[in-house]
Design a protein around this ligand. Structure first.
Ligand SMILES: Cc1ncc(COP(=O)(O)O)c(C=O)c1O
Length: 366
């Protein structure tokens, strides 16, 4: 085990033992995850076979219904699903340019797969820390086959446009002759801020990718939703990319479980995130963004070095069984760090006064 792996295991063990958790959720053991998916298994359920049948087909139908699309295709990862969506746009339009935000997942976290494997070229849509406006898209100086919008834009602080801004940006892309693809890894919780259902949101786009292991708490996996033509193409390219796994029922069942259990709770998390953010922003030197949060996730800055904050959080967890927030990251300003706060199930039990008290307890350890 490397040092980094040992540190992670220690953090996870500490979090598992905490009786109070502000940010995130207690990690489930394999036994707990098996118990959860077992509830969806009956004697008739057969394993899927290379991407069809059983829980995989059930999941694809469920997602197509939730997103109001003709079909949805299960993928082992969103990284793979979105590469397929982007190359489809390029093939249909003959344009290898993809409108991408510099903070989008394909540009930051995928080792340039869209370019290296897909032969695509990024056309950066804006430098502002938010999705592009209609004016910015209309003003792009290179042709694009696809405009990819990440909803919410995670690396800007889980930032969403308003519904009207989103509609205008989509219209601007269509005026350019481009297709529109939504990175909806976190679309499930975006309905509150956008004020529209997942189906109404997905109806704006030609394709939408959703994730099953972020807010839904599944094991892994993604789906690409759209019309029948897109789905046929997606199944062909999923195979070519090596994504046609012999059996994927554990991930598909965990995804179905997440849709049953977590999806109905997300609006409550989003509502409570406002309370938590307000309480945290009153801590000495604290800043939250966006304020109020657009989803149940947001950024929190504190005027202390990241290592100090991470050490204090681990000590608080190990000694008092209370988890404030981990994952502190340095900023360009020495002595200022930020983290991503996730208001999930455990934080629902914490009213504002308790969040403030927890914050003070955390800060007193610095
Ligand atoms: C916004 C966004 N898009 C795409 C992905 C890719 O998902 P996967 O890990 O399934 O490849 C992620 C994963 O973190 C993400 O946050």
């Amino acid at each position: 085990m490397t040092d980094e792996q040992a540190k992670r295991a220690r953090r996870q063990a500490a979090l598992r033992d905490c009786h109070t958790v502000l940010s995130g959720a207690r990690p489930l053991s394999v036994a707990e995850q098996l118990d959860a998916i077992r509830t969806l298994v009956d004697d008739d359920l057969q394993p899927d076979f290379y991407g069809t049948g059983g829980a995989v087909t059930a999941l694809e139908s469920r997602v197509a219904e939730l997103l109001g699309t003709q079909d949805a295709v299960f993928f082992p990862t969103g990284t793979m699903a979105q590469q397929v969506a982007m190359r489809y746009g390029a093939e249909l339009t003959g344009r290898p340019g993809v409108g991408l935000h510099p903070l989008s997942h394909p540009l930051v976290h995928e080792r340039d797969a869209y370019a290296v494997l897909g032969g695509l070229r990024a056309v950066r849509t804006t430098t502002a820390p938010r999705n592009p406006t209609a004016t910015e898209v209309a003003g792009l100086d290179e042709p694009i086959g696809t405009l990819l919008l990440e909803l919410p834009l995670r690396d800007a602080g889980f930032v969403l446009p308003t519904w009207d801004e989103l509609v205008a940006t989509v219209d601007a892309a269509r005026d350019l002759g481009a297709r529109v693809h939504f990175d909806g890894a976190r679309i499930w919780e975006s309905t509150v801020h956008l004020g529209h259902s997942t189906a109404e949101i997905a109806a704006l786009a030609d394709s939408t990718y959703v994730s099953f292991y972020k807010s839904l708490g599944g094991i892994s996996g993604a789906a690409l939703a759209g019309n029948f033509d897109l789905a046929r193409y997606a199944r062909a390219w999923r195979h070519r990319y090596g994504g046609n796994l012999f059996q994927q029922w554990p991930a598909a069942l965990a995804a179905l479980h997440g849709l049953d259990r977590e999806l109905p709770r997300l609006a409550g998390y989003v509502a409570h995130a406002r309370t938590v953010a307000q309480a945290l922003s009153a801590l000495p030197g604290a800043q939250v963004f966006p304020d109020p949060p657009h989803t149940h996730q947001f950024r929190l800055w504190l005027p202390h070095p990241a290592d100090t904050l991470n050490d204090a959080n681990l000590a608080l967890a190990e000694e008092e069984k209370v988890w404030f927030a981990g994952g502190w990251t340095p900023t360009e300003l020495p002595g200022l760090a930020y983290t991503e706060i996730t208001v999930a199930g455990p934080a629902l039990e914490l009213p504002a006064e308790q969040v403030t008290e927890l914050g003070s307890r955390f800060l007193s350890r610095l």
